[in-house]
Design a protein around this ligand. Structure first.
Ligand SMILES: Nc1ncnc2c1ncn2[C@@H]1O[C@H](COP(=O)(O)OP(=O)(O)OP(=O)(O)O)[C@@H](O)[C@H]1O
Ligand SMILES: [Mg+2]
Length: 266
């Protein structure tokens, strides 16, 4: 039986073959990862990105996460972009469903694993668009095909920006306020709650925190919106405590972000 990756070799598409092979050879990406990530339909999506000249080739893997893999890809104009591929084979179906159900933007899909992953990718893309529209620092979305999302690469010289958790923040009170203000603008203008906000999902680039990983972000009318917002605030507060700064109370921050107290919003 031939795996999807053999199928890649058998296809006469030299461009697609080169686009992935050179990364595998140069960066020693193991066979299991390749087979898990680059299934047949993902290869078709990448082929489309190449023929539409959105990307030219995949350069190297940046990260292997719970649900997706992020790669640095190069455009035909030699500009780096981030390529996020949600794995269909290892998708955590139950986790994803919780954040998709209750979102009126994603009501009409069948509930196969593949459909959920495609809806999740579309959700991350739309959420990034909303952030972009409201000028909240985050990667600009470029294109989405099925489970593959292309977005602005955040970093310098093909080196991804560090995560907030790996940075010694030079001015913690300022960065804390910036993040709370992002949450406020997100809530008031984009109607969104990140829902997995933590120093693992914030990049720090040019002295600016940049929000990433928007797949699970929900609209503020989601049934668990209040719970998610409270959790996000609490996670950020807890993290900044290490800098011994005044992180105020969760309730006060909740009011600042929503202009309501918790009781009023449940
Ligand atoms: N636009 C981007 N530019 C540069 N690096 C990025 C970009 N998006 C994601 N990354 C890198 O890829 C990693 C994983 O991205 P993200 O958090 O969106 O995916 P994930 O599937 O949730 O992964 P995890 O399970 O590790 O959280 C990030 O921690 C970051 O290092
Ligand atoms: Mg993440």
């Amino acid at each position: 039986m031939c795996s999807d990756h053999d199928f890649l070799n058998k296809r006469q598409n030299k461009k697609l073959d080169n686009a992935i092979q050179r990364m595998i050879q140069r960066h020693g990406v193991d066979r299991k990862t390749v087979d898990e990530v680059f299934d047949k339909s993902t290869l078709f999506s990448i082929e489309k990105l190449i023929s539409n000249r959105i990307i030219d080739y995949i350069d190297f893997p940046i990260s292997t996460g719970k649900e997706g893999n992020v790669f640095l890809a190069m455009t035909p104009e030699k500009k780096p972009v981030a390529l996020k591929i949600y794995r269909i084979s290892t998708a955590t179906f139950k986790h994803m469903t919780q954040y998709i159900l209750g979102d009126p933007r994603f009501q009409s899909f069948h509930r196969s694993k593949r459909d959920i992953v495609f809806a999740w990718t579309a959700k991350e893309f739309k959420n990034l668009e909303l952030l972009h529209l409201n000028q909240i620092p985050s990667p600009t979305p470029i294109k989405k095909i099925n489970n593959v999302l292309v977005m602005e690469f955040i970093g310098s010289h093909r080196q991804p920006a560090p995560l907030l958790k790996d940075v010694e923040i030079p001015n913690p009170p300022l960065v804390f306020d910036q993040i709370i203000n992002y949450m406020k603008t997100m809530f008031a203008k984009a109607n969104l709650i990140h829902s997995d906000l933590s120093p693992f999902n914030i990049l720090y680039h040019n002295n600016t925190p940049i929000l990433i990983d928007l797949g699970q972000a929900v609209l503020k009318n989601h049934p668990q919106a209040t719970e998610f917002l409270y959790r996000d605030i609490h996670t950020i507060q807890k993290y900044f405590k290490r800098y011994k700064i005044d992180t105020r109370s969760t309730e006060a921050l909740f009011q600042q972000i929503t202009s309501k107290n918790k009781e009023e919003s449940t």
